[in-house]
Design a protein around this ligand. Structure first.
Ligand code: HEM
Length: 164
């Protein structure tokens, strides 16, 4: 907890251990998912889990390690190499739903987190081709930002800077 008068969402939900639990539970689901698992370039999901943890911590007002190591998030662009169709999105969200529920946050915190995850997952969809159909995308291909970038924190995540 920061000793500031107001705290960030990151602090309110328990900081680093909470985000580690969230992402670990999520990747346990991904590991057993026949559509999502093959999308991950590395067999070991550990490094991907670390990137998602750092990203979410930064987004919700925690340490900015993600940007120090990875640069600007540009999430939609970073997902262009992957076949993110509605099926992949729904699977991603289903694993994330289980993970969020496991945290047993207050209803307001859980709803706030879920609203963001759901909106962002919908924004990541970049194809309506069914899985396994359509041209393969070279890993690292560049893409156009045709939707607003949802990777910037909302003003509400920056509660530390808000005055009553
Ligand atoms: C909608 C379904 C989604 C699918 C199928 C998907 C899939 C992937 C895959 C295959 C990677 C590459 C793994 C890696 O190298 O890290 C990745 C990276 C990543 N994803 Fe997703 N993702 C989805 C949605 C999201 C959402 C909603 C968020 C944020 C809330 C997110 C955040 C990230 C981040 C931060 C990275 C690492 C980017 C980097 O620094 O390289 N993803 N995703």
């Amino acid at each position: 907890m920061s000793d500031d008068k107001s705290t960030s969402f990151y602090d309110e939900v328990g900081g680093h251990p909470t985000f580690v639990r969230l992402v670990d539970a999520f990747y346990r689901g991904v590991a057993g998912d026949e559509v999502l698992k093959p999308m991950y370039p590395e067999d070991d999901l550990g490094p991907a889990a670390a990137r998602l943890t750092m990203f979410l911590e930064q987004y919700w007002g925690g340490p900015t390690t993600y940007s120090q190591r990875r640069g600007h998030p540009r999430l939609r662009m970073r997902h262009v190499p992957f076949h993110v169709n509605p099926d992949a999105r729904d699977r991603w969200l289903a694993h994330m739903r289980v993970a969020v529920d496991e945290l047993r946050l207050s209803p307001l915190h859980a709803a706030t987190l879920w609203d963001y995850l759901e909106r962002t997952a919908f924004a990541m969809v970049n194809t309506f081709e069914p899985t396994g159909i359509g041209p393969a995308r070279p890993h690292g291909a560049d893409g156009l930002m045709i939707h607003p970038d949802t990777s910037e924190p909302p003003a509400s995540a920056q509660a530390t800077t808000q005055q009553p």
